[in-house]
Design a protein around this ligand. Structure first.
Ligand code: GLA
Length: 738
C-alpha cells in the first residue's frame, strides 16, 4: 500500500476520491447484516418504514438473521426529533417553514465495495420535506471495527438548520453494564474512570474548540457483564473519530436500554445547510469482543495501526526532544551537543522544539513570534541547514517543532493580518499562553493556505527534515470568525476542523513520508480524528514515570504503543519534582514509543551508560511493543502495589513483560502476575532487560511453557539487589520461544 493511498483512508477523503466512479449495488433485503470476522450488526431496513436496530455483538450466521429479527426488541437505529419528542435524539432540524420535526423512512440500501472496504449506505428520506439522511456503515479487511456516520442532505431550495447532528446511536441492553472512560487535565491526561451506569444521563464532552482530549476523551468501553475485566466479559468499544468538540451521552431512562449517542458537540454550533448541501458527521468506530477490555483494545489497536494512524505499521525512531533539556534556550552549539549525545547513546533522531524562530520578534519565551516561521539567525547562524548537516554528521534524523494554527499578537503575521484570528466582532481579542497567543481561523481558506505554506516552505527548503512536532496550545477564546458570514458564526468550531482536515490532506498529499507528532499542550490531541494524518501523539507534558504508568495505562485502552510518545526525562522531574531512578524512568518509557526529553550533558556517566544499553534493548523489543498485541495484567488503579502489562507478537513467538512497583511498604504482598496472550504449548526463554541487580533473577535464561506463565506467572522480587537501594523497582522481561 502506498502512503498516498493510506492517507486517503479517512472517511471524508474516502468519499472525495471516487464513490461516484463506483457502481453501487442496490440491495432490497429488509434485514441488513453488517459483519466483521467476529461481530455482527443487524438492522431492519424495510422500505417505506423507519430504520430499526436489531442486534450488535458476537458474529451470527446469515441464516439466523431472520430469527433474530423476530426475537429482538427493535429500536430506532438513529432516533430523530419529532414525532415522539420526549426521548433523547441523534438529530434535530428546523425546516424553512419553521417545522422542527423529522419523519424518516427507508428509501434504499446500497453497498459499495472498494478493495474489500465495504460501505453499506442506508438512504432515508423525510415523508414530507426534501430532506435525506444516509446512515453509513464501513468495514475493512481483517478488522473488527465498524465505522458508522451519517450524511444529512438538503434537497430543497431554502436553508435547513441542523440543531443536533450526532454521528450514531447505539442501544445497550441494561443489566449490569459498566462504563470505562478517560478523564484528566493538563499534566494528568488519560486517567481511567470505571463506573456502573446508573439511571439518568451520563455526559462526556469537550468544548475547547481545538484540543479535545486533555480532560475527557471521546472513546469509551461498555462492559456488559458487570465490573470491567481485562480478558473476559462481553465488551463494546466506541471511539468518535473527531478532533473537535464532541459530546457522548448515555441516557438510562425507564426502558430496558442505555441509550448511547456520540457525535460533534452541537452546543452553540447550529449548522445551516443551503440548497443541495450535505453535512457528513465524523465516524463513530464501534467494536465488540468477548475477551473483555483487552479484546476491545486489541481490536482498536490493530485497526488503528493498519488504517487510522499515519505509518501505523512502521517502527518508530528513538529520539531526543529538546524541550525539557533546554526549553527556549536554543543555540547552535547546544543543538550540536544534544545531537552528538543522543547519537552516542544509539538514538536515531533529534527534534528541536520551541524557540528557534522569529526575526523581528525573536522567540525568547512564550510571549511572541508564533506565526513568524523564519529562523532566528542570532541563535542559529547557519540556519536549519547547519543543523541538518550536524544531524547527518551524527548519522541521525532531524525534526522540528511548529505550532502552525496559532499566532502571537506580537508577531509580524498578526501585524499584517489581524483579520486572520478567531475573534468575536466588536470585542478585543482574548489572549492565551504568554498573554498574547491567539488562534488562527482555520475556517478561512486564506488561513488554510498560510498553514499549508508553513509546512510546504519548511519541507521545500529542507527536504531532509524527518519529523515535525505539530503543537496547538490554545482553545477558542472568543467565539467569532472574521471570515464567516454573520449567519454562519455558529459554524466556526465545526468549520475550523473541516479547514484543518483540508489543510492536512494537502500536506499529506505532498509530504506522505514525514513523521508528524500531534501535540496540544501535552495530550490534547489523542484522538482518531487527527491520527490519520499524524504518526503519534505526545501523551502528556508530564513526564514523571510513576504518573505516566497511570496515564499510559488509561491511554492504552484505545491507542497502541506505536502512537504513544513516551520519553525518559530528568530527575527530579520538572512537573512533579519527584526523583525517580533512571532504571524506572527507562522501563516506563520503553513500554511506549521510546524517546528522551532531557539534557544529556546533565546526566551522570552511569545514567548515560544505562540509557545506551536501554536503547539497544529497546531496539530488540521495538517490533513487539510497537506492533504486538497488548495484554494488561495488573492495573495500577487497583492499588495492589504494582502494575504490569505485556505485549505479544501476533504469531506469539516473542513477548515482552513490564512490571512496575507503584508504592512501597515493608512486607507488602504484591500479587504474583499471571501472564496472558501466550501460546500455552510454546516454551519461552525468559531474560531480563535493563538489569541493575548484582545477581540475575532465579529464572534468568530458563524456559517455561506459555501454560505455566499464564496459570502461575513468575515471582518478581519487590526490591532490586543493588548497593544504593531506593524505593523504586521495575522489571522488563523478554520472552522468546524456541
Ligand atoms: C507545549 C508542548 C510541549 C512543548 C511546548 C513548547 O506545551 O506540549 O511539549 O513543545 O509547548 O512551547
Amino acid at each position: 500500500m502506498t502512503n498516498q493511498h493510506h492517507f486517503k483512508r479517512g472517511v471524508a477523503a474516502w468519499f472525495a476520491i471516487g464513490i461516484s466512479t463506483l457502481i453501487p449495488s442496490f440491495v432490497s433485503a429488509e434485514n441488513v447484516h453488517i459483519s466483521t470476522p467476529g461481530t455482527s450488526l443487524i438492522l431492519d431496513a424495510t422500505e417505506g418504514k423507519a430504520l430499526r436496530f436489531l442486534y450488535y455483538g458476537d458474529a451470527v450466521s446469515p441464516n439466523e438473521v431472520e430469527a433474530i429479527n423476530s426475537a429482538h426488541h427493535s429500536m430506532e437505529a438513529y432516533p430523530v426529533y419529532g414525532l415522539s419528542s420526549s426521548r433523547e435524539t441523534a438529530m434535530s432540524v428546523t425546516h424553512p417553514d419553521g417545522n422542527m420535526t423529522l419523519d424518516l423512512v427507508v428509501k434504499a440500501v446500497e453497498t459499495i465495495d472498494l478493495d474489500g472496504e465495504k460501505v453499506t449506505a442506508i438512504r432515508l428520506a423525510d415523508k414530507y420535506y426534501p430532506f435525506e439522511l444516509t446512515v453509513n456503515y464501513l468495514t475493512r479487511p481483517n478488522s473488527e471495527i465498524i465505522e458508522t456516520w451519517v450524511e444529512a442532505q438538503n434537497n430543497g431550495k431554502k436553508d435547513i438548520t441542523l440543531r443536533e447532528y450526532a454521528s450514531a446511536y447505539l442501544p445497550i441492553r441494561r443489566g449490569n453494564v459498566h462504563l470505562s472512560s478517560l478523564y484528566g487535565a493538563w499534566g494528568n491526561e488519560g486517567k481511567l474512570c470505571e463506573e456502573a451506569l446508573q439511571p439518568g444521563m451520563k455526559v462526556i464532552k469537550n468544548k475547547d474548540g481545538i484540543r479535545n482530549s486533555h480532560t475527557a476523551h471521546s472513546e469509551v468501553m461498555f462492559s456488559l457483564d458487570g465490573k470491567p475485566q481485562e480478558n473476559t466479559g462481553r465488551t463494546i468499544g466506541a471511539a468518535l473519530c473527531y478532533s473537535g468538540n464532541y459530546c457522548l451521552r448515555i441516557d438510562t431512562d425507564e426502558s430496558d436500554y442505555h441509550h448511547f449517542f456520540a457525535g460533534i458537540n452541537d452546543d452553540n454550533s447550529a449548522y445551516t445547510l443551503k440548497k443541495g448541501e450535505t453535512f457528513a458527521t465524523p465516524p463513530l468506530a464501534l467494536t465488540y469482543s468477548d475477551e473483555g477490555k483487552g479484546g476491545v483494545s486489541r481490536n482498536f489497536h490493530r485497526w488503528a495501526r493498519k488504517y487510522k494512524i499515519a505509518h501505523g505499521e512502521q517502527l518508530r525512531k528513538i529520539l531526543l526532544n529538546s524541550w525539557e533539556g533546554v526549553y527556549f534556550d536554543i543555540n547552535e552549539e547546544g543543538m550540536a551537543q544534544m545531537m552528538a549525545d543522543i547519537a552516542s547513546m544509539g538514538g536515531e533522531l533529534f527534534v528541536m522544539d520551541d524557540g528557534w524562530f522569529g526575526n523581528k520578534y525573536p522567540r525568547k519565551n512564550d510571549t511572541t513570534s508564533l506565526g513568524d516561521w523564519t529562523v532566528d539567525t542570532t541563535k542559529l547562524p547557519h540556519g536549519i541547514n547547519g543543523l541538518l548537516a550536524e544531524a547527518k554528521k551524527n548519522g541521525i534524523g532531524f525534526g522540528i517543532w511548529i505550532e502552525p494554527e496559532m499566532a502571537n499578537t506580537v508577531s509580524e503575521l498578526y501585524e499584517a493580518h489581524p483579520e486572520y484570528i478567531i475573534k468575536a466582532s466588536n470585542r478585543e481579542p482574548l489572549k492565551g499562553r504568554g498573554g498574547s497567543q491567539v488562534v488562527l481561523d482555520m475556517s478561512n481558506p486564506k488561513v488554510q493556505d498560510i498553514v499549508f505554506n508553513i509546512v510546504d516552505t519548511l519541507m521545500t527548503k529542507y527536504p531532509e527534515i524527518d519529523y515535525i512536532k505539530w503543537d496547538a496550545n490554545a482553545c477558542v477564546m472568543n467565539h467569532g470568525s472574521q471570515y464567516l458570514s454573520a449567519d454562519n458564526q455558529s459554524h466556526l468550531v465545526v468549520d475550523y476542523h473541516k479547514g484543518l482536515a483540508k489543510t492536512l490532506d494537502r500536506i499529506r498529499a505532498k509530504y506522505p513520508d514525514v513523521i508528524i507528532q500531534a501535540c496540544a499542550s501535552g495530550g490534547g490531541r489523542a484522538n482518531y480524528g487527527i491520527l490519520p494524518w499524524f504518526d503519534e501523539f505526545w501523551v502528556s507534558d508530564n513526564t514523571d514515570a510513576l504518573q505516566r504508568v497511570y496515564m499510559q495505562w488509561g491511554t492504552s485502552h484505545f491507542f497502541p504503543a506505536v502512537a504513544m510518545a513516551s520519553h525518559i526525562s530528568a530527575a527530579p522531574n520538572h512537573q512533579t519534582h519527584r526523583t525517580i531512578p533512571i532504571k524506572y524512568r527507562a522501563d516506563v518509557a520503553m513500554s511506549g514509543r521510546l524517546g528522551m526529553e532531557i539534557q544529556p550533558k546533565n546526566m551522570t556517566a552511569e545514567e548515560i551508560d544505562f540509557c545506551r544499553n536501554a536503547i539497544a534493548n529497546y531496539k530488540k523489543i521495538r517490533p513487539i511493543v510497537q506492533q504486538g498485541d497488548i495484554y494488561r495484567l495488573l492495573s495500577p488503579y487497583d492499588g495492589l502495589g504494582a502494575a504490569s502489562l505485556m505485549y505479544v507478537n501476533p504469531d506469539k513467538q516473542n513477548a515482552v513483560f513490564f512490571w512496575w512497583k507503584t508504592e512501597t511498604f515493608v512486607n507488602q504482598h504484591v500479587p504474583r502476575i499471571t501472564m496472558a496472550g501466550l501460546d500455552p504449548d510454546k516454551m519461552y526463554r525468559v531474560s531480563e532487560l535493563n538489569r541493575i541487580d548484582r545477581s540475575a533473577l532465579p529464572f534468568e535464561g530458563k524456559k517455561f511453557s506459555g501454560k505455566y506463565l499464564m496459570s502461575n506467572g513468575l515471582e518478581i522480587p519487590l526490591e532490586h539487589n543493588i548497593a544504593n537501594r531506593n524505593d523504586y523497582a521495575s522489571r522488563v522481561l523478554l520472552l522468546e520461544s524456541m
